[in-house]
Design a protein around this ligand. Structure first.
Ligand code: AMP
Ligand code: GLY
Length: 411
């Protein structure tokens, strides 16, 4: 089979790495991909947002299955156009993809189908938003609508912070923001493979959203990952499937907009039970890099069967995976690009590339905010952590930084 993977980040690198192990694969294409994927397949110079050209390419090359990584392609309707052209693709169509691109859309479905989540209000102007904030006080969670790569959310503990966030949100050109009740508890990520009302849960992972150690600084797309998460019991995972993930898949079927693809739940375990922080219509990044290396089963076979409506069991390694994200100085606000990276050949475990490219002299350079996800694996989380940081120390890149506390809360 010929498989096309759309995207250029660590998620797509790990998806390609996993898919490449399937005996059914003859060739993998990445569009546009990054330097790390070159050893797994062919990089095609088509942007993830150029969905017409992607479709033309898939038709011409007779691609048997396309897997969509990023939310931007989904929001543009890549699945709709592929399906119209008779091409097999794994991801949600444009309308169900709004589960991620429109917080308001997701909240309305959750409300209608009683899927647990925080209370919220939508505001279309600054004055109204301010009034609500003054009445309700802090802590308050302020979310810009639309796709923000995990960066449009402020959890404000002071009025000053909250007012700042409101002003910023409206100044950024958004005409819509959401203010949400602050949920206190333990957060984790769960991803399920979904086709209509068929739902296959994967093992869970722990992301590290804040940019600095000790959960300080602004939210990012994720600075580190580990899996499994012992702190979250099997009972809580079952409750999450029964109260959140399966009901959401069923709700979308009932609404006449069935979801197909990776359904990502950001979950908070509160004193009142599990609640949804957000849904995404794609695999998480860096969640994919932490979860996929633990999967023993053939992901390609599972996806193909699921597209036929068949639910397969998934087998897992007992080992722990821990990934440290190395990011460009200045991330998440801005990033240095084009800085050289050395020492990758000395790493003893997997390194998934999140934002790298080869420059004109053949050197590997940084090409994004988040640059590498460096993995360690072990029989305990502590061992995985030790190995991951040993590998990090082998990488030479003067303009990269990373958090030194990934995994600490569970060790
Ligand atoms: P989101 O993009 O909605 O996942 O938000 C980014 C991060 O902000 C989440 O991963 C949480 O850590 C935090 N967050 C979002 N909403 C809430 C909430 N209602 N209560 C507490 N923390 C939240
Ligand atoms: N790491 C969180 C996300 O992919 O949204």
């Amino acid at each position: 089979m010929k498989v096309l993977i759309i995207g250029r980040g660590g998620r797509e690198h790990s998806l390609g790495w996993k898919i490449s192990q399937s005996p059914m694969v003859s060739k993998i294409y990445f569009a546009p991909g990054n330097y790390g994927m070159k050893s797994l397949g062919e990089l095609i110079n088509i942007s993830e947002e150029n969905i017409e050209e992607l479709c033309e390419f898939a038709k011409k090359e007779k691609i048997d299955l396309t897997i969509v990584g990023p939310e931007s392609s989904l929001a543009l309707g890549v699945v709709d156009i592929f399906e119209k052209n008779g091409l097999k693709i794994f991801g949600p169509r444009k309308i169900p993809a709004q589960i991620e691109s429109s917080k308001d859309f997701a909240k309305n479905i959750m409300k209608k189908y009683k899927i647990p989540t925080g209370n919220y209000e939508v505001f279309k102007n600054l004055q109204e938003a301010r009034k609500y904030l003054e009445k309700n006080g802090v802590p308050m969670v302020i979310k810009e609508d639309g796709l923000k790569s995990g960066k449009g959310v402020t959890v404000a503990f002071s009025m000053e912070e909250a007012l700042d966030a409101l002003e910023r949100a409206f100044k950024n050109g958004d005409n819509k923001i959401l203010m949400e009740e602050y949920l206190k508890g333990e957060e984790f990520s769960i991803i399920a493979l979904v086709n209509g009302d068929r739902v296959i849960p994967l093992e869970i992972a722990q992301d590290h959203k804040r940019v600095f150690e000790g959960e300080k600084g602004p939210n990012t797309g994720g600075m580190g990952i580990y899996s499994p998460v012992d702190r979250i019991s099997e009972e809580i995972q079952r409750e999450t499937m029964e109260k959140i993930m399966i009901p959401m898949a069923q709700a979308m079927v009932a609404e006449g907009i069935p979801f197909t693809g990776f359904l990502f739940g950001g979950i908070m375990v509160t004193e009142e039970g599990v609640k949804t922080i957000e849904f995404n219509g794609r695999f998480g990044d860096p969640e994919a890099q932490g979860i996929l290396p633990r999967m023993k089963s053939d992901l390609l076979e599972i996806i193909l069967k699921l597209l036929e409506g068949e639910v397969s069991p998934v087998e897992w390694e007992k080992d722990y995976t821990l990934g440290v994200v190395m990011a460009s100085e200045g991330y998440p606000e801005r990033s240095y690009l084009g800085d050289s990276i050395g020492g990758l050949e000395n790493c003893e475990d997997l390194v998934f590339h999140m934002g790298t490219k080869e420059d004109s002299t053949g050197e590997i350079v940084t090409n994004g905010g988040r640059v590498l996800c460096v993995l360690g694996r072990g029989r305990t989380l502590k061992e995985a952590q030790k190995k991951a940081y040993e590998n990090v120390s082998k990488i030479r890149a003067s303009k990269l930084f990373y958090r030194k506390d990934i995994g600490n809360r569970d060790i």
